[in-house]
Design a protein around this ligand. Sequence first.
Ligand SMILES: Cc1cc2nc3c(=O)[nH]c(=O)nc-3n(C[C@H](O)[C@H](O)[C@H](O)COP(=O)(O)OP(=O)(O)OC[C@H]3O[C@@H](n4cnc5c(N)ncnc54)[C@H](O)[C@@H]3O)c2cc1C
Length: 497
Amino acid sequence: MRLPVSLREGLRREAVNDHSPIEGERLRAHERRVARDLEYLGVPAANWPLPEPAADGAVPIDVLVVGAGMNGIAVASSLLFKGIRNVRILDRNPPGREGPWLSFARMDTLRSPKTLPGPALGVPSLTFRAWYEAAFGEAAWDALYKIPNAVWVRYLTWLQRVLGLPVQHGTRVVAIAPGERLHTVETERDGVPQTLLARRVILATGRGGAGGGWIPSFVDQALWPDLAAHTNDDIDFERLKGQAIGIVGGGASAWDNAATALERGAARVDMYVRRPHLPQINKGRGSSHPGYYYGWSALDDAERWALFAYLNDVQAPPPHETVHRALRQPNFHVHLGKATRRATREGDRAAVLLAGEDPPRLHDFLIVGTGFAIDGGAIPELGNASGFVARWQDRYEPPDTLARQDLGRYPYLGPGFELLEREAGECPGLNRIHLVNHAAALSHGAVASDIPGVNVAAERVSTAIAASLFKEDIEPIRQALEAFDEPELESTPFFVR
Ligand SMILES: Cc1cc2nc3c(=O)[nH]c(=O)nc-3n(C[C@H](O)[C@H](O)[C@H](O)COP(=O)(O)OP(=O)(O)OC[C@H]3O[C@@H](n4cnc5c(N)ncnc54)[C@H](O)[C@@H]3O)c2cc1C
């Protein structure tokens, strides 16, 4: 018998959320297998960079990774595997709260299929599936539909532990002053400031890491904080119980927020979507194969721009599970072809003026689901130095038919994801800062944002950093080679002292 879609989805959610505790002999055995796999591969290699001490004699950190989410984990592991061991990873959030998964990613499960390997760097025992089967059993794997957010976070947390990653949680990177030899990094933990020196910095700061959440100019900032929130904000849905909510935008997060608000007791949700119909095809999935991952950066600027403009124009639909979830709520109303002209405060209500309508529609609260801004000139940790970052508009002028202002603000990255100066000499040292988040997509393809490409970005960045540290340290490395005196022939008659 074929169940109606809504019932099927409900059963799936119940099944996937039934997860028993994961400590146990099977998982411990699996962790021994991981250790063995790493031993077979000879990783992590012994440390080899030989940095010069700083003026006060302190040894600088070779690579500071900002962000211990999926990309931070992958790139740090890849560096350690290559023998770059003087690495530190900082995340402003406490353990298990990295990334969007348990805060503003308000879907029940990941949107990606369960079969993705995750940040496993080619090691089978480090894949999501291997961990999941060890933690919950093969039958549970077979029954799993998609990965619940909380389960994905447990996997990422496990990776941090099993790989012994040097993560310091609860530590925010407040400012980075780029230096030609060393970057000065100001951090803050429990209100205590600390200054670190690092030779390279990797910004694995997530989807909003270069530009933040985007709020269109037609949404009045005076609505904050009591009458509006961005979907990325920490929203108190308890407070929205019984209220009439307006949502601007029709992307996946807008739908997740609509469903969450109604599930948590909102009286009514009206979602306003400019497009007359939702995007139908997820071209991101269609472009999710190794050709795109390895080939994108080999395209010339015009080819990359044209391809990205195409992907950006068509947009992705919300996942069908998300749509069904929202549609299960009787008080959900979606209005297609309704562009918002203005959203303003009117007394204690949010007034949404739609194209071709007057007066505005009134809501108790407005949720703005308009995604992220990407801007190489707005990397918060860099402060004013961000203004020196080369963006696509500085390097490439598209034909009129492909002119897209928002794409022009993407950072124009070098082959190892390094930032480049807009004008040579304006901010030396920028090219020792690597941006490994979604803002890299125009330069490198979607390898530093979603799960499928994560290993490719990590490998590319760590290889580039290994090469540049080797070049920089070649003097002491050469001296160490000359001092290397392990006698090979000591046990033979040909040994000469
Ligand atoms: C709502 C939503 C749903 C998504 N769903 C999917 C999905 O289903 N499948 C998929 O493949 N992708 C999905 N993505 C994309 C998703 O962002 C990535 O897959 C994943 O989170 C990227 O990992 P990351 O390491 O780049 O960033 P994040 O996971 O966001 O990690 C970045 C980390 O950097 C830390 N950080 C930032 N700034 C600082 C600072 N100054 N100091 C210290 N720490 C800092 C943050 O605390 C955070 O932990 C989704 C994104 C969103 C927003």
